[in-house]
Design a protein around this ligand. Structure first.
Ligand code: HMG
Ligand code: MG
Length: 299
């Protein structure tokens, strides 16, 4: 195994988009600043999506303006269409993530269009991003199963990944949106997709609905994946995937990486400051087992 992984912290977006009520702007900013303090190299700070669809992300431009943007740290924002991309450029965002799916039904429910239509929208977004020199990231949802269609053909995931890479996505994040994957299936998927997009450009974005996210991540590591999307305190879910729970927790990923001798650049004590802060803000303990154990020891 190469000895470094890159963690993309998605809690402020994937986590907070799923909270029943939006957190105040100042709380979001204070959380992101604590995550920056912890040494995370990339923090997804919000989404330029329709506030009618996801009201929790409506203040994303204000969040982006207010956070302490540390040089060398990436703060990507989600963008579904040209309107969102224009807002991102106006806000001065340096990296955006477009998000498609490997399931037609999920694509309709999440972004109100077919996969083919989404790719044509993303073509416009990608051209705007290239023109403004904005880094592009791509997500694919439902890579290991769909809440509406069930099993998903890995070949379809590979095809969407190839299309996103051709649009200029520097990395492609493979979303197990509803956390149904198991390690063998995760490994098979990555081998398939790697035929189209090299492994060093793939990210694992695994939700923990069935408690498989960390072990699936280990399988992804064994296949050579070194980019991980995770969420502080295990926050998260998707408003358009009923019953989906949070992402693999950042604390669990950092703990496992430390044990494996994989460098993350993240300081666990500072990360736990962010854990304490967000747990108080949402009035729930972290779902991360590592965070629970480390916080109990510290008290
Ligand atoms: P639509 O209703 O088809 O869009 O939604 P429209 O173009 O017909 O516009 C409708 C209204 O929305 C108009 O306003 C537009 O101006 C406005 P009105 O005239 O009614 O007042 N609008 C916008 N406003 C702000 N920002 C925009 C924007 N675009 C249009 N960018 C649309 C289509 C894509 C906009 C909508 O479906 C949407 O916003 N979807 C986002 C859903 C979402 O954020 N889901 C969660 C994130 S994805 C996820 O969690 C999965 C992931 O984590 C990976 C994984 O786990 O699998 C990434
Ligand atoms: Mg997600």
């Amino acid at each position: 195994m190469s000895d470094r992984i890159t963690i993309v912290e998605v809690g402020p977006r994937d986590g907070l988009q799923n909270e029943p009520t939006a957190l105040p702007l100042t709380t979001k900013v204070a959380l992101i600043d604590r995550l920056t303090e912890a040494g995370l190299p990339a923090i997804e700070a919000g989404a330029f999506v329709s506030p009618k669809w996801v009201p929790q992300m409506a203040d994303s431009a204000a969040v982006f303006a207010a956070i302490d943007k540390r040089p060398g740290v990436r703060y990507p924002m989600l963008v579904p269409n040209a309107r969102g991309m224009a807002d991102a450029i106006t806000a001065g965002v340096r990296e955006v993530a477009i998000f498609g799916a490997a399931s037609e039904t999920f694509s309709q429910r999440n972004i109100n269009c077919s996969i083919a239509e989404s790719l044509s929208r993303f073509t416009e977004v990608a051209a705007m991003a290239a023109e403004a020199d904005v880094r592009l990231r791509g997500y694919i949802s439902c890579v290991l199963g769909c809440p509406y269609e069930g099993a998903i053909d890995p070949g379809k995931v590979g095809w969407v990944a190839g299309e996103l890479a051709a649009l200029g996505c520097r990395e492609i994040s493979l979303g197990d949106t509803i956390g149904v994957g198991t390690p063998g299936k995760a490994a098979t998927l990555i081998r398939h997709v790697a035929e189209t997009v090299p492994t060093d450009r793939l990210a694992a974005h695994f939700h923990d609905t069935y408690g498989q996210a960390l072990v699936n991540l280990y399988a992804a590591f064994e296949e050579g994946v070194r980019i991980v999307d995770s969420s502080i305190a295990g926050l998260g879910g998707c408003p358009y995937a009923k019953g989906a729970s949070g992402n693999v927790a950042t604390e669990d990923v950092v703990y496992m990486a430390q044990g494996l001798g994989l460098e993350t650049g993240v300081d666990m004590d500072r990360l736990l400051n962010a854990t304490r802060f967000v747990a108080a803000a949402i009035d729930r303990p972290p779902v991360s087992k590592a965070a629970q154990a480390l916080l109990a020891k510290a008290d």
